[in-house]
Design a protein. Structure first.
Length: 170
């Protein structure tokens, strides 16, 4: 009877240890996946400077910002836009087209100013273009105004993570 009880207790301990080993193995695998996801995300994300000095020799026109917009496979989340070196007129930033029909107006600058946007507020999808339109401009000096800013650029698969809807790939 003692031998059977000892054998039964020994099997029970072995089964418990096997279960603990599997649980630890699963936890290690999850931690490894999370570390790989964080590393992959950090490589798929960067901040880009955007901007341009714009020649205003015409009374009203449009200009592409540099770079024009997010490349294929990436989004931009515009974080800041600054328009300056003018005292009168309006500068407007559009997505894709300045006509208001085929494009979306993002922000209008009725005077020189800095606009900041929260994460994900001003999303530009892949291959969209950021276009600057101006009218009635009186430059401070010469024929130039400036529009500069910054955008978070990230690969399309990272959008749910960037917006906070997903934190790992498990």
């Amino acid at each position: 009877m003692t031998v059977e009880a000892d054998a039964s207790a020994g099997l029970s301990v072995v089964a418990s240890l096997n279960g603990l080993t599997q649980a630890i193995g699963g936890l290690n695998a999850r931690m490894d996946r999370e570390a790989m996801t964080r590393q992959k995300a950090s490589q798929a994300f960067r901040q880009v400077r955007i901007g341009k000095g714009i020649n205003t020799s015409g009374s009203a026109t449009t200009s592409h910002i540099e770079p024009h917009g997010p490349p294929q496979g990436s989004y931009w989340s515009v974080r800041r836009l600054t328009a300056y070196y003018y005292t009168a007129g309006t500068v407007t930033a559009f997505v894709d087209s300045p006509d208001g029909i085929n494009g979306e107006p993002l922000v209008a600058f009725p005077a020189a100013a800095v606009y900041t946007f929260g994460k994900g507020e001003m999303l530009l999808p892949p291959q969209s273009q950021l276009i600057i339109a101006y009218s009635g401009i009186t430059p401070v000096s010469g024929n130039f105004i400036s529009v500069w800013g910054a955008a978070d650029q990230f690969e399309t698969w990272l959008l749910p993570w960037y917006m906070g809807a997903q934190r790992d790939e498990s």
